[in-house]
Design a protein around this ligand. Structure first.
Ligand code: ADP
Ligand code: TRP
Length: 353
């Protein structure tokens, strides 16, 4: 039998180990479950997070509450949500090494949004580029949820005191306003929130459309030849890349202004093979026409996507498994959210029973 001193020695050691675990910095990101993941999201987002699973305390959630800020069909949202879980796991978000959950499953995101909204000037929200873009498309009927979108995003991040937030370029402004309001809260109510840093990968941050290299690759593109989905077959991927719009020159160089199509393919190649743009350019410097370059880009993208697609196909219909991943994620996230919300409610002056 262990003596009292031995028990207390082991307890202290265990506590120290647990503290070491929780001392890992929190990295958090979210994505809207609005459809099929494409090469842009894969190279711009999931590729980068995967590299962080070992070094950070990783939280990943699907922003289903954000997804209802634009017109949508409820049954599709429900279906897409589970499908997205399968796609992200297939992309390397290992549920054993990170928490995966749904925004709507955790009580706290919407509550914290309200509190942060009470210190966020409305003018700042009206100036957000994404709000201006999206509301100009919707016109008069623009909902207030769209205006409040960045406040919900602040809540998502601050609820877990995330240090690092991997995002695409398009979300940078939302991170800036999050830091602003977090600082404002800290000044008003005492130090509470970590000021989160954006993480934008070096390559892949902005993958452009294969048919119009001036526009971002996006799932909502009407021309589906412009977008490579992670569920596309090898043949379809090859066809799309070979058919990518380039220019009439034949030299491979990285010139975003004059050769945007080639610059985009170089960016894709570099991100897919996990090497620098410089190294990628050097590899193709001697070519005198684009065909072998395009074939090499197609091979690199296929090598990247085909294991992901195969993994996706094995888990996509395993509803029980996918739900069990979400349940485990929710349990952990809710524990953290409860702790944070209790602290925040106390600070803002709500009566705690
Ligand atoms: P879409 O623009 O197709 O609707 P989402 O808005 O769902 O894509 O974006 C999901 C994630 O992938 C975000 O983190 C976003 O910044 C990133 N992302 C989307 N498109 C691209 C792209 N073309 N290049 C790099 N990253 C992208
Ligand atoms: N707005 C992000 C997007 O559309 C998704 C998102 C919601 C998010 N909350 C977040 C990303 C918090 C990072 C952190 O891509």
């Amino acid at each position: 039998m262990l003596s009292f001193h031995e028990i207390s020695f082991w307890k202290t050691k265990e506590k120290r180990l647990l503290n070491m675990e929780s001392a890992k910095k929190v990295i958090l990101t979210g994505m809207q479950p609005t459809g099929k993941l494409h090469l842009g999201g894969l190279l711009g987002a999931t590729n980068n997070w995967q590299k962080m699973l070992d070094d950070y305390d990783c939280l990943f959630f699907l922003a289903d509450q954000h997804a209802i800020t634009m017109p949508y069909v409820p049954a599709e949202l429900r279906k897409n949500t589970l499908d997205c879980v399968a796609q992200y796991i297939a992309c390397g978000l290992d549920p054993e090494r990170c928490k995966i959950f749904l925004q709507s499953h955790v009580i706290g995101h919407a509550e914290l949004m309200w509190i942060l909204g009470c210190i966020t000037p409305i003018g700042q929200l009206e100036r957000m580029t994404q709000f201006k873009d999206k509301s100009s498309k919707v016109g008069e009927s623009v909902c207030s949820g769209l205006l409040y979108y960045p406040v919900l995003m602040m809540a998502d991040i601050l609820l877990y005191n995330a240090h690092l937030v991997p995002i695409g370029e398009d979300q940078k402004q939302h991170l800036e306003i999050t830091r602003d309001i977090a600082q404002k809260f800290n000044n008003a109510y005492s130090e509470t929130f970590v000021l989160p840093e954006p993480y934008i990968g070096e390559t892949g941050a902005r993958i452009m459309s294969l048919q119009n290299p001036a526009a971002k690759m996006s799932k909502s593109d009407k021309n589906q030849n412009a977008v490579v989905h992670i569920t596309d077959s090898d043949d379809v991927i090859r066809k799309k890349i070979i058919g990518a719009v380039t220019d009439s020159d034949s030299k491979i160089s990285f010139d975003q202004k004059n050769k945007p199509g080639i610059a985009n393919l170089l960016n894709i190649y570099a991100a897919a093979t996990d090497q620098s743009i410089e190294k990628s350019i050097a590899q193709f410097a001697d070519l005198t026409n684009y065909a072998p370059f395009k074939r090499a880009v197609a091979d690199a993208v296929i090598a990247k996507i085909s294991p992901i697609r195969n993994k996706y196909l094995t888990i996509a219909n395993d509803r029980e498994y996918l739900l069990s991943v979400l349940r485990a994620g929710k349990e952990e996230a809710q524990k953290r959210a409860n702790k944070m919300m209790a602290k925040i409610y106390r600070k803002v002056g709500f009566l705690i029973d």
